[in-house]
Design a protein around this ligand. Structure first.
Ligand code: AMP
Ligand code: MG
Length: 314
């Protein structure tokens, strides 16, 4: 039997307890609508060091900072004429803005990209925002997994990643979206660095021109090829399982067997996104040596699903 004594229910007493740990430079895992995050005080160099160490994250891969509202982002970043327009439409929610850090900002330079830009998000999850308010400081929060592993979408996934190395994991429902946020760079010409639930088409209704991120320069270090890996080989666009492995199906299938799993029987891309990481984790846990996946339509959030799968398979 596992002992989940570091998983806490989201009641007022526990939210206060969590904020106290964070104010004292501790680390807590918190739920968000995208995936669970490993949160720590964004003003504290010491805490940022702890996050990198726990995750075994390469130092050149900057962290997303979570704020409770637009005003607190404006306090730390230089004015950007697009920000409030996009913010009004999509935040709080699954979108992250890369902005220029103000010279006098107290945010730890250790989480910034080349000391000069930071990624900012206001999550929709109300417990997360409440905790930011209780702390009185923004919280750095990368996904709560060891670097390169799959992101966690439940408090139990976080437990499986870190066991008792984290003192406090806040429990909530399974992450509603299930994939990491859309990252848009607003420094210079707007550019999508990571696809997510909020698509380029939706963003284009507000920002006329969004350039493709084709440059050789790695603007977002997290765009590394291999990432989001379940730890066994992943094969894309398959119709059948390979070599006694598992098959993960989008939509319906006539295949039967205990190695056949479903992302969404009704063919919903949102449902598939929500289930993606948890199904991959489950299949790995059951001991299958490889995972084949049927074709996923490359539209709406399917673009983000295919982006993650491509990296998982590389
Ligand atoms: P994660 O925290 O695991 O969801 O990953 C955050 C993603 O945002 C990674 O792909 C990072 O490389 C990217 N990111 C964070 N901060 C910046 C920044 N200042 N500039 C560009 N990309 C960033
Ligand atoms: Mg991550």
């Amino acid at each position: 039997m596992k002992n989940y004594s570091n998983i806490y229910k989201p009641n007022q007493r526990n939210l206060v307890k969590c904020a106290k740990i964070l104010r004292n430079d501790g680390i807590c895992a918190l739920p968000t609508e995208t995936v669970y995050g490993l949160a720590g005080n964004a003003y504290s160099d010491k805490t940022i060091d702890k996050i990198y160490k726990l995750k075994k994250r390469p130092r050149n891969n900057p962290l997303i900072v979570h704020f409770d509202n637009l005003q607190s982002i404006l306090k730390e970043t230089e004015y950007n004429f697009l920000l409030s327009k996009i913010y009004k439409k999509f935040s709080p929610g699954p979108i992250t803005y890369v902005l220029k850090l103000k010279k006098n900002s107290k945010i730890s330079k250790k989480l910034a990209n080349k000391n000069s830009t930071i990624a900012c998000r206001v999550p929709a999850n109300r417990y997360f925002r409440k905790i930011i308010k209780l702390c009185g400081s923004p919280l750095a929060a990368p996904s709560a997994n060891i670097s390169n592993n799959l992101s966690p979408t439940s408090s139990y996934d976080v437990y499986d990643e870190f066991k008792k190395k984290i003192k406090f994991i806040l429990e909530d429902r399974k992450s509603k979206i299930g994939l990491e946020s859309t990252v848009i760079n607003l420094v210079g010409q707007p550019k999508i660095l990571r696809p997510g639930k909020i698509s380029k088409d939706e963003l284009k209704k507000i920002i006329k021109k969004i350039v493709n991120n084709k440059s050789k320069e790695i603007l977002s270090p997290g765009q590394l090829k291999k990432h989001y890996s379940p730890g066994v080989p992943v094969y894309l666009n398959k119709k059948n399982p390979e070599n006694k492995g598992a098959l993960l199906v989008f939509g319906k299938s006539n295949l039967k067997g205990e190695n056949i799993f479903y992302l969404s029987k009704k063919g919903s891309l949102s449902e598939a996104a929500k289930n993606l990481y948890s199904k991959l984790r489950l299949i790995k846990k059951l001991g299958y040596k490889n995972i084949s996946i049927t074709k996923i339509p490359n539209k709406n959030i399917g673009i983000a699903i295919n982006d993650r799968l491509k990296r998982a398979s590389s």
